[in-house]
Design a protein around this ligand. Structure first.
Ligand code: DNO
Length: 356
């Protein structure tokens, strides 16, 4: 297992590589060409420059999060083939640069969704939170405006203003896409890219939808462990796998997270491990990583990962904002550093106590 922190790149992230380098046990970053729009070819020179920067700081690039999928692919328009070809070229270029893990998602229009980016917790920290009642009472434009306004000048991952500037049109383009169609489009995409992934040994790790239910009536399909398994079975390839995001799958209070880990044995290429607290039906707020601060049993999740032979990349996920840090919501240094130490501590204890 390799522990990393997400890093958005110079000019986008408030956290420097030099600081990440000082977090014990963190050997690399999961990064991206943050300015790249979905559907664009990634230039080799830019990737190599990014890689050099990371390596100069004594770290390695553990994977890319994300190479975003163009809406035309998700909608299933004839133009999708052009964008799939660009995606395939990017997979090949990344492999040529020595990068073999890609995280992506297949959510229409919006990426992860929250209704509050700075909800105060009992301990005085602030966290990302979601309240379905707020979503039910607002329209998508309002949500986008409020996310943008509260992001403290940062562009949130997956919330590119250029793409979301014409939300009504974007919604209209999805009007014929139901869950069945979205499944078909995902499978079409996977079948098209897998031969290249296999040839260049690039693992694709789909990220579950967050939250794991429909938002504003848009279809969402990567909503449960069962559906993730269905996706891996629909296109059977050693390169077709998942990102185990506990916070996303765990938005469903009934999700059995250690059970999902066991069910997806061998298919988890990347793990986002964090905790959250369910506060009411359809409502949750993120918490510290520690089991005692939220609703999940992090020991049981990490034990299931260990016992099923997980040897991929792991990162702590969103952190609380603590100690006065000013950073992209969810992505400050301090609480993610604490989270990484907790996860590494659990991992060491588990690996010294249990066998695989
Ligand atoms: C939020 C992240 C997501 C994730 C994408 C993967 O903080 O977990 O934005 O990176 O959904 O494509």
């Amino acid at each position: 297992m390799k522990m990393g922190l997400r890093w958005f790149g110079e000019g986008y992230d408030t956290v420097s590589l030099e600081k990440i380098r000082q977090v014990p046990g963190v050997s690399g970053v999961i990064t991206t060409l943050y300015g790249a729009m979905p559907g664009e070819d990634w230039e080799k020179e830019e990737i190599l420059a990014l890689k050099q920067k990371v390596e100069d700081a004594g770290l390695e690039i553990l994977g890319i999060e994300s190479v975003n999928v163009h809406d035309d692919i998700k909608i299933g328009l004839p133009s999708r083939d052009r964008y799939i070809e660009a995606y395939i070229r990017t997979i090949r270029t990344l492999a040529e640069c020595g990068i073999h893990l890609i995280c992506y998602n297949f959510m229409p229009v919006f990426d992860w969704t929250r209704t509050d980016l700075a909800k105060p917790r009992r301990d005085g920290s602030t966290v990302l939170a979601y309240d379905q009642r707020v979503i039910d009472a607002m329209d998508p434009d309002w949500l986008f405006a409020s996310m943008e306004e509260n992001a403290g000048g940062h562009v949130l991952p997956g919330w590119e203003p250029e793409r979301l500037a014409h939300l009504k049109e974007l919604f209209a383009r999805y009007s014929d896409v139901d869950e069945k169609k979205l499944w078909e489009n995902l499978i079409y995409f996977l079948k098209a890219i897998m031969p290249t992934c296999e040839k260049y040994e690039v693992k694709m790790a789909i990220h579950p939808d967050d939250p794991g239910w429909s938002v504003f009536g848009l279809p969402r399909i990567m909503t449960s462990g069962e559906n993730l398994r269905r996706m891996t079975e629909a296109v059977d390839s050693p390169c077709n796998g998942v990102t185990l995001c506990t916070g996303s799958l765990g938005t469903n209070p009934d999700a059995d997270l250690p059970g999902i880990v066991r069910m997806l044995k061998g298919k988890i290429f990347f793990a986002h491990v964090r905790n959250m607290e369910h506060t009411a039906p359809g409502c949750f707020e993120e918490s510290a990583h520690l089991s005692s601060d939220g609703s999940f049993d992090l020991f049981a999740i990490m034990k299931a990962l260990y016992e099923t032979g997980f040897d991929g990349v792991m990162r702590p996920d969103h952190g609380r904002m603590i100690w006065g840090e000013q950073a992209m919501p969810g992505y400050g240094l301090y609480d993610r550093a604490l989270g990484s130490q907790y996860l590494l501590g659990l991992w060491e204890a588990i690996s010294k106590t249990f066998s695989r």
